[in-house]
Design a protein. Structure first.
Length: 291
Protein backbone atom coordinates (compact mmCIF):
# COMPACT_ATOMS: atom_id res chain seq x y z
CA UNK A 1 0.00 0.00 0.00
CA UNK A 2 1.06 3.62 -0.28
CA UNK A 3 2.57 4.48 3.08
CA UNK A 4 2.14 8.26 2.71
CA UNK A 5 -0.74 9.29 4.93
CA UNK A 6 -1.14 5.81 6.44
CA UNK A 7 -1.85 5.48 10.14
CA UNK A 8 0.89 4.36 12.49
CA UNK A 9 1.08 0.56 12.30
CA UNK A 10 -0.04 -1.69 15.12
CA UNK A 11 2.94 -3.86 16.10
CA UNK A 12 2.72 -6.73 18.57
CA UNK A 13 3.95 -10.27 19.26
CA UNK A 14 1.60 -13.26 19.13
CA UNK A 15 1.84 -17.00 18.39
CA UNK A 16 5.61 -16.73 18.59
CA UNK A 17 5.99 -14.17 15.82
CA UNK A 18 5.98 -10.41 15.23
CA UNK A 19 2.84 -8.90 13.69
CA UNK A 20 2.51 -5.55 11.94
CA UNK A 21 -0.90 -4.27 10.87
CA UNK A 22 -0.89 -1.17 8.68
CA UNK A 23 -4.12 0.63 7.78
CA UNK A 24 -4.89 3.79 5.86
CA UNK A 25 -6.70 5.26 8.85
CA UNK A 26 -6.18 4.62 12.55
CA UNK A 27 -7.30 1.27 13.87
CA UNK A 28 -10.14 1.63 16.35
CA UNK A 29 -9.54 0.09 19.84
CA UNK A 30 -12.54 -2.19 19.41
CA UNK A 31 -11.13 -3.55 16.16
CA UNK A 32 -7.72 -4.09 17.74
CA UNK A 33 -9.45 -5.97 20.57
CA UNK A 34 -11.28 -8.12 18.02
CA UNK A 35 -7.97 -8.90 16.29
CA UNK A 36 -6.46 -9.94 19.63
CA UNK A 37 -9.47 -12.16 20.36
CA UNK A 38 -9.28 -13.90 16.97
CA UNK A 39 -5.56 -14.59 17.43
CA UNK A 40 -6.11 -15.80 21.00
CA UNK A 41 -8.88 -18.18 19.95
CA UNK A 42 -6.77 -19.55 17.12
CA UNK A 43 -3.80 -20.15 19.39
CA UNK A 44 -6.02 -21.92 21.92
CA UNK A 45 -7.26 -24.20 19.15
CA UNK A 46 -4.20 -25.00 17.05
CA UNK A 47 -1.02 -24.42 19.07
CA UNK A 48 0.92 -27.65 19.63
CA UNK A 49 2.99 -25.76 22.20
CA UNK A 50 0.05 -25.43 24.63
CA UNK A 51 -1.06 -28.34 26.81
CA UNK A 52 -4.61 -26.95 26.91
CA UNK A 53 -5.04 -26.44 23.15
CA UNK A 54 -7.48 -28.31 20.97
CA UNK A 55 -4.77 -30.21 19.12
CA UNK A 56 -3.08 -31.20 22.39
CA UNK A 57 -6.38 -32.62 23.61
CA UNK A 58 -6.68 -34.59 20.37
CA UNK A 59 -3.21 -36.00 21.04
CA UNK A 60 -4.53 -37.24 24.39
CA UNK A 61 -7.25 -39.21 22.63
CA UNK A 62 -10.18 -36.77 22.61
CA UNK A 63 -12.47 -35.88 19.73
CA UNK A 64 -12.45 -32.08 19.79
CA UNK A 65 -14.63 -29.47 18.12
CA UNK A 66 -11.98 -27.20 16.59
CA UNK A 67 -14.50 -24.75 15.19
CA UNK A 68 -15.04 -23.29 11.71
CA UNK A 69 -11.36 -22.99 10.80
CA UNK A 70 -10.87 -26.76 10.86
CA UNK A 71 -12.54 -28.02 7.65
CA UNK A 72 -10.80 -25.64 5.26
CA UNK A 73 -7.40 -25.90 6.91
CA UNK A 74 -7.35 -29.68 7.32
CA UNK A 75 -8.93 -30.15 3.90
CA UNK A 76 -6.13 -28.19 2.23
CA UNK A 77 -3.45 -30.04 4.18
CA UNK A 78 -4.98 -33.37 3.27
CA UNK A 79 -5.05 -32.35 -0.40
CA UNK A 80 -1.35 -31.45 -0.25
CA UNK A 81 -0.54 -34.63 1.69
CA UNK A 82 -1.89 -36.59 -1.26
CA UNK A 83 -0.21 -34.41 -3.90
CA UNK A 84 3.18 -34.60 -2.18
CA UNK A 85 2.98 -38.35 -1.66
CA UNK A 86 2.85 -37.90 2.12
CA UNK A 87 5.85 -35.56 2.34
CA UNK A 88 3.68 -32.73 3.69
CA UNK A 89 1.62 -34.07 6.58
CA UNK A 90 0.28 -32.43 9.79
CA UNK A 91 1.39 -35.56 11.65
CA UNK A 92 4.95 -34.27 11.21
CA UNK A 93 4.61 -32.82 14.73
CA UNK A 94 6.13 -36.01 16.17
CA UNK A 95 9.16 -35.68 13.88
CA UNK A 96 9.66 -32.03 14.85
CA UNK A 97 9.52 -32.95 18.53
CA UNK A 98 12.04 -35.75 17.96
CA UNK A 99 14.44 -33.15 16.56
CA UNK A 100 13.93 -30.89 19.57
CA UNK A 101 11.39 -28.42 18.17
CA UNK A 102 8.92 -29.19 20.95
CA UNK A 103 6.74 -27.20 23.37
CA UNK A 104 9.81 -26.21 25.38
CA UNK A 105 11.71 -25.36 22.16
CA UNK A 106 14.69 -27.24 23.59
CA UNK A 107 16.30 -27.61 20.15
CA UNK A 108 18.05 -30.74 21.46
CA UNK A 109 17.60 -33.53 18.97
CA UNK A 110 17.26 -37.20 19.80
CA UNK A 111 19.49 -39.60 17.85
CA UNK A 112 18.48 -40.45 14.31
CA UNK A 113 15.30 -39.36 12.56
CA UNK A 114 11.66 -40.27 13.15
CA UNK A 115 9.15 -40.27 10.27
CA UNK A 116 5.62 -39.08 10.97
CA UNK A 117 3.55 -41.77 12.71
CA UNK A 118 0.84 -43.63 10.86
CA UNK A 119 -2.52 -42.32 12.01
CA UNK A 120 -5.89 -41.46 10.52
CA UNK A 121 -7.11 -37.88 10.89
CA UNK A 122 -10.89 -37.89 11.12
CA UNK A 123 -12.89 -34.74 10.44
CA UNK A 124 -16.63 -34.86 11.13
CA UNK A 125 -17.89 -31.37 10.44
CA UNK A 126 -15.74 -29.36 12.84
CA UNK A 127 -15.01 -32.25 15.23
CA UNK A 128 -11.52 -33.70 14.76
CA UNK A 129 -9.85 -36.81 16.13
CA UNK A 130 -6.95 -39.05 15.23
CA UNK A 131 -6.63 -42.82 15.43
CA UNK A 132 -4.40 -43.67 17.20
CA UNK A 133 -4.05 -40.42 19.17
CA UNK A 134 -1.44 -38.14 17.57
CA UNK A 135 -0.36 -34.51 17.73
CA UNK A 136 -1.12 -32.30 14.74
CA UNK A 137 1.11 -29.51 13.47
CA UNK A 138 -0.62 -27.11 11.07
CA UNK A 139 2.31 -24.71 10.85
CA UNK A 140 2.57 -25.24 7.10
CA UNK A 141 -0.71 -23.36 6.57
CA UNK A 142 -2.06 -22.23 9.93
CA UNK A 143 -0.25 -18.92 10.22
CA UNK A 144 -1.50 -18.02 6.76
CA UNK A 145 -5.07 -18.89 7.71
CA UNK A 146 -4.78 -16.68 10.78
CA UNK A 147 -3.49 -13.80 8.62
CA UNK A 148 -6.62 -14.22 6.46
CA UNK A 149 -8.84 -14.18 9.56
CA UNK A 150 -7.24 -10.96 10.82
CA UNK A 151 -7.56 -9.37 7.36
CA UNK A 152 -11.25 -10.32 7.39
CA UNK A 153 -11.73 -8.53 10.73
CA UNK A 154 -10.24 -5.37 9.23
CA UNK A 155 -12.38 -5.68 6.11
CA UNK A 156 -15.55 -6.12 8.16
CA UNK A 157 -14.63 -2.99 10.13
CA UNK A 158 -14.40 -0.96 6.93
CA UNK A 159 -10.62 -0.94 6.52
CA UNK A 160 -10.55 -1.49 2.77
CA UNK A 161 -6.84 -0.61 2.53
CA UNK A 162 -4.68 -2.66 4.88
CA UNK A 163 -1.62 -4.89 5.17
CA UNK A 164 -1.45 -7.72 7.69
CA UNK A 165 2.14 -8.94 8.09
CA UNK A 166 2.90 -11.91 10.33
CA UNK A 167 6.68 -11.99 9.86
CA UNK A 168 6.58 -12.61 6.15
CA UNK A 169 3.09 -14.03 5.65
CA UNK A 170 1.18 -11.03 4.29
CA UNK A 171 -2.35 -10.23 3.22
CA UNK A 172 -2.70 -7.05 1.18
CA UNK A 173 -5.99 -5.26 0.63
CA UNK A 174 -6.44 -2.12 -1.45
CA UNK A 175 -3.38 -0.43 -2.94
CA UNK A 176 -0.61 -2.79 -4.14
CA UNK A 177 2.50 -3.44 -2.06
CA UNK A 178 6.03 -4.08 -3.32
CA UNK A 179 7.67 -6.81 -1.26
CA UNK A 180 11.38 -7.63 -1.20
CA UNK A 181 12.26 -11.32 -1.04
CA UNK A 182 14.92 -11.77 1.65
CA UNK A 183 17.96 -13.74 0.53
CA UNK A 184 18.15 -16.96 2.61
CA UNK A 185 21.97 -16.76 2.76
CA UNK A 186 22.21 -13.00 3.42
CA UNK A 187 19.35 -11.28 5.30
CA UNK A 188 20.70 -7.87 4.25
CA UNK A 189 20.13 -8.69 0.56
CA UNK A 190 17.11 -9.50 -1.60
CA UNK A 191 16.55 -12.26 -4.14
CA UNK A 192 14.01 -10.11 -5.95
CA UNK A 193 10.95 -7.89 -5.60
CA UNK A 194 7.30 -8.71 -6.28
CA UNK A 195 4.08 -6.72 -6.24
CA UNK A 196 1.15 -8.04 -4.20
CA UNK A 197 -2.25 -6.65 -5.15
CA UNK A 198 -5.41 -7.67 -3.27
CA UNK A 199 -3.94 -11.03 -2.39
CA UNK A 200 -1.30 -12.65 -0.26
CA UNK A 201 2.31 -13.73 -0.17
CA UNK A 202 4.01 -16.24 2.10
CA UNK A 203 7.60 -17.34 2.31
CA UNK A 204 9.58 -20.05 4.04
CA UNK A 205 13.34 -20.46 4.41
CA UNK A 206 15.74 -22.87 6.07
CA UNK A 207 17.63 -20.05 7.79
CA UNK A 208 14.58 -19.44 9.98
CA UNK A 209 14.09 -21.75 12.97
CA UNK A 210 17.38 -23.55 12.31
CA UNK A 211 19.66 -25.22 14.84
CA UNK A 212 22.36 -27.89 15.17
CA UNK A 213 22.46 -30.95 17.39
CA UNK A 214 25.41 -32.28 19.37
CA UNK A 215 26.53 -34.29 16.33
CA UNK A 216 26.72 -31.10 14.26
CA UNK A 217 23.71 -32.04 12.14
CA UNK A 218 22.24 -28.86 10.64
CA UNK A 219 18.52 -28.99 11.38
CA UNK A 220 15.55 -26.82 10.46
CA UNK A 221 11.76 -26.87 10.63
CA UNK A 222 10.91 -27.91 7.04
CA UNK A 223 10.80 -31.69 7.14
CA UNK A 224 9.83 -34.46 4.77
CA UNK A 225 7.21 -36.20 6.89
CA UNK A 226 7.99 -39.56 5.26
CA UNK A 227 11.52 -39.57 6.63
CA UNK A 228 11.50 -37.02 9.46
CA UNK A 229 14.57 -35.42 7.85
CA UNK A 230 14.98 -31.71 7.02
CA UNK A 231 14.75 -30.92 3.31
CA UNK A 232 18.25 -30.45 1.88
CA UNK A 233 17.81 -29.25 -1.71
CA UNK A 234 15.65 -26.10 -1.30
CA UNK A 235 16.69 -23.02 0.68
CA UNK A 236 13.67 -20.73 0.34
CA UNK A 237 10.30 -20.38 -1.34
CA UNK A 238 7.79 -17.57 -1.84
CA UNK A 239 4.24 -17.99 -3.10
CA UNK A 240 1.66 -15.42 -4.18
CA UNK A 241 -1.94 -16.62 -4.02
CA UNK A 242 -5.45 -15.38 -3.41
CA UNK A 243 -5.32 -16.35 0.28
CA UNK A 244 -2.49 -16.36 2.79
CA UNK A 245 -3.49 -19.87 3.89
CA UNK A 246 -2.98 -21.24 0.38
CA UNK A 247 0.23 -19.24 -0.11
CA UNK A 248 1.60 -20.52 3.21
CA UNK A 249 0.77 -24.14 2.44
CA UNK A 250 2.18 -24.05 -1.07
CA UNK A 251 5.37 -22.32 0.12
CA UNK A 252 6.00 -25.42 2.24
CA UNK A 253 4.91 -27.84 -0.47
CA UNK A 254 7.43 -26.33 -2.92
CA UNK A 255 10.22 -27.63 -0.70
CA UNK A 256 8.94 -31.13 -1.40
CA UNK A 257 7.60 -31.32 -4.96
CA UNK A 258 7.93 -29.53 -8.29
CA UNK A 259 5.71 -26.50 -8.99
CA UNK A 260 4.04 -28.09 -12.00
CA UNK A 261 2.54 -30.81 -9.84
CA UNK A 262 0.83 -28.20 -7.66
CA UNK A 263 -0.06 -25.81 -10.49
CA UNK A 264 -2.33 -28.45 -12.00
CA UNK A 265 -4.67 -28.02 -9.02
CA UNK A 266 -4.00 -24.59 -7.45
CA UNK A 267 -3.57 -21.05 -8.81
CA UNK A 268 -0.40 -19.36 -7.60
CA UNK A 269 2.89 -17.78 -8.61
CA UNK A 270 6.18 -18.55 -6.99
CA UNK A 271 9.90 -18.00 -6.55
CA UNK A 272 12.07 -20.87 -5.31
CA UNK A 273 15.78 -20.87 -4.50
CA UNK A 274 17.72 -24.08 -4.16
CA UNK A 275 20.56 -24.59 -1.70
CA UNK A 276 23.03 -24.27 -4.60
CA UNK A 277 21.82 -20.69 -5.14
CA UNK A 278 19.93 -21.37 -8.38
CA UNK A 279 16.40 -19.92 -8.51
CA UNK A 280 13.34 -20.64 -10.61
CA UNK A 281 10.08 -18.72 -10.75
CA UNK A 282 6.73 -18.33 -12.48
CA UNK A 283 6.93 -16.82 -15.96
CA UNK A 284 4.08 -14.44 -15.09
CA UNK A 285 5.59 -13.33 -11.79
CA UNK A 286 4.48 -9.73 -10.98
CA UNK A 287 8.00 -8.55 -10.27
CA UNK A 288 11.58 -9.53 -10.90
CA UNK A 289 14.20 -11.93 -9.62
CA UNK A 290 17.75 -10.62 -9.50
CA UNK A 291 20.13 -12.84 -11.42
Amino acid sequence: MTTAGAAAPLVFDAIGTRWTITTARPLEPAVADRVAAVIGDYDATWSRFRADSGVSRIARGEAVDLGPTAPGLLGLLDDLRVRTGGALDPLVAASLEHLGYDAAVRLQAAPGYAPAPRAAVRVDGTVVSTSPPALLDVGSAGKGQLVDLVAAVLQEAGHAEAVVDASGDLAVRGAPLRVALEHPFDPSAAVGVVEVRDGAIAGSAVNRRAWSDDGARRLHHVLDARTGRPVETVAATWVLAESAMLADALATALFLVEPALLAAHHRFRFVRMRTDGVADWSPDLPGEVFR
